[in-house]
Design a protein around this ligand. Sequence first.
Ligand code: IMP
Ligand code: MG
Length: 174
Amino acid sequence: MLMPEFIPVLRKEEIDKKVAAVARRISADYRDAELIMVGVLNGAFIFLSDLIRKISIPVKVDFVGASSYGSETVSSENIQLTKKLEIEIKDKYVLVIEDIVDTGLTLAYIIDYLNSFNPRSVKTCALIDKRERRKISIELDYVCHRLRKGFCVGYGLDYDGQYRNLPEIYHLKS
Ligand code: IMP
Ligand code: MG
């Protein structure tokens, strides 16, 4: 079996620094609001768990599930909601937390879904903004890292369900 090649993209110190910086901005921007963070499963669970521990204002957390990739590294346009929102967000300030935004289709779908509950606002936060294959113009309010292309794994990001446990982020070259 051919071993995949892992090319380092983001080291632990750099991830920590960027997550802390975004957490400071969020804490300042929402200091007078009742913030609800909604993580998109599965990929965002590690990013969200690090991010939330650096947030210095009161915050509630919930998750939604979305699946767009099968075992392929290309995005499917067929997005499915795999877990519904459970918390009440009507008239609340919502911040969606995504691991990586590629075509933008998943995030656009999640934003529409959340807007159907009539929140006060829905803003977006992504660990990685990957531009090359963007299909929907979407505003990302908070971004830790921008990449032009490449398939990333580690720190929550998977390939076929694997490699989420890697503490740093790599490009997967097969
Ligand atoms: P989009 O709908 O094309 O924007 O894809 C978004 C979803 O696909 C993200 O939530 C990720 O879970 C997954 N994804 C996109 N690019 C990558 C990648 O480079 N590595 C791992 N997962 C990715
Ligand atoms: Mg995801």
